[in-house]
Design a protein around this ligand. Structure first.
Ligand code: ZN
Length: 327
């Protein structure tokens, strides 16, 4: 091979190598061009679904807060209807006479004197949205003070089974508060409401061996978010022999910002003497740590009042309902 020929061969090989590395570069570039957006999409998708979940949770919390406040307002307003439902349960929806115009206060007083003779105050502590990481601590406190309460539970995974069981075994009442607690799903139709309720009732039966027959509507029976007429849902519960309970005392622990321990104690105990039956709304969700901290003080204050009885809700408990069935 002449010198010229071997120089040509070397040149060809070099060109070939250059072309090959250029090709490789293109392949790598293409791979990056395809992979990068794909990975980015996946990351964004995960983030989006997380944000979506948080939004749903916040929306639920917001609605609960709104309706909690509305519920309380409804309780105050229902004072005007009390005349019509004189012997009805609404008598205990009257939070305080101090808030009412003089003549109405006098009416309320007369009404109470007419319809309630015992001067014992029956207080029912209720906890919604659990079980959660806070439920164990709440159960411990209740046990320490020998108080029975009511837990309106939601559907949680297997790891919470011991908490459902503790609620029942330690003598508290287990009530239903919807499986999903997703307003959009539960209140979509009577069918979706029924399906959600049965799912939770089955879960409680499977894990605790009891059939729960009491219910608290997410957002209360006076909620304004349901797409279904609440009358239809109330009629359904009646058909199923399930009693629902709202509340007439709110700890306001579900309001947007975290409530201070002293505010929760005051919200629950401050006005308790105005009632004969006080159903107290509290939450044992994961973020309600101040509720747990407030609980011992709430119980101590209530137990210090000699005419207060702390009880779990039973079928004989006076029904406190923001909305009742129109006949
Ligand atoms: Zn709730």
């Amino acid at each position: 091979m002449s010198e010229q020929e071997s120089a040509d061969v070397v040149q060809k090989q070099q060109r070939k190598r250059r072309v090959q590395s250029f090709k490789r570069l293109i392949v790598v570039f293409l791979l990056i061009a395809i992979l990068f957006p794909t990975i980015l999409c996946m990351i964004l998708f995960v983030k989006l679904s997380r944000v979506d979940k948080q939004l749903e949770a916040l929306r639920a919390q917001q609605t609960e807060t709104d309706v909690t406040q509305e519920g309380f307002a409804a309780a105050v307003l229902s004072e005007k209807d009390v005349g019509q439902h004189a012997a009805d349960v609404t008598v205990d929806m009257i939070p305080t006479e101090g808030n009412l115009p003089e003549n109405e206060a006098a009416d309320a007083h007369a009404l109470r004197a007419d319809t309630v003779s015992a001067n014992t105050i029956k207080v029912y502590l209720t906890f919604d949205d659990g079980p959660s990481g806070n439920t164990g601590a709440i159960l411990d406190i209740l046990k320490e003070y020998q108080v029975k309460a009511t837990f309106f539970v939601t559907g949680k995974s297997e790891e919470y089974t011991p908490l459902y069981q503790r609620i029942v075994e330690e003598g508290h009442t287990i009530g239903m508060h919807s499986y999903s607690h997703k307003y959009r799903e539960i209140y979509q139709s009577v069918d979706s409401f029924r399906e959600d309720l049965y799912r939770l009732q089955d879960l409680i039966y499977e894990r605790c061996g009891v059939v729960s027959t009491i219910y608290r509507f997410p957002g209360g029976s006076s909620n304004t978010v349901s797409k279904v007429d609440m009358q239809e849902l109330i009629a359904f519960l009646n058909d199923e022999d399930i009693s629902y309970y709202d509340w007439n005392v709110s700890s306001l622990d579900a309001s947007g910002r975290s409530q201070s321990v002293s505010d929760i104690v005051e919200n629950v105990t401050g006005n308790i003497r105005s009632f004969h039956t006080a159903i107290v709304l509290m939450h044992d969700a994961n973020d309600k740590t101040t509720t747990v901290e407030a609980l011992p003080m709430i119980i101590e204050r209530l137990q210090a009042m000699d005419n207060v009885e702390l009880l779990p809700i039973t079928e004989n408990t006076v029904k406190i309902q923001h909305t009742t069935l129109e006949k």
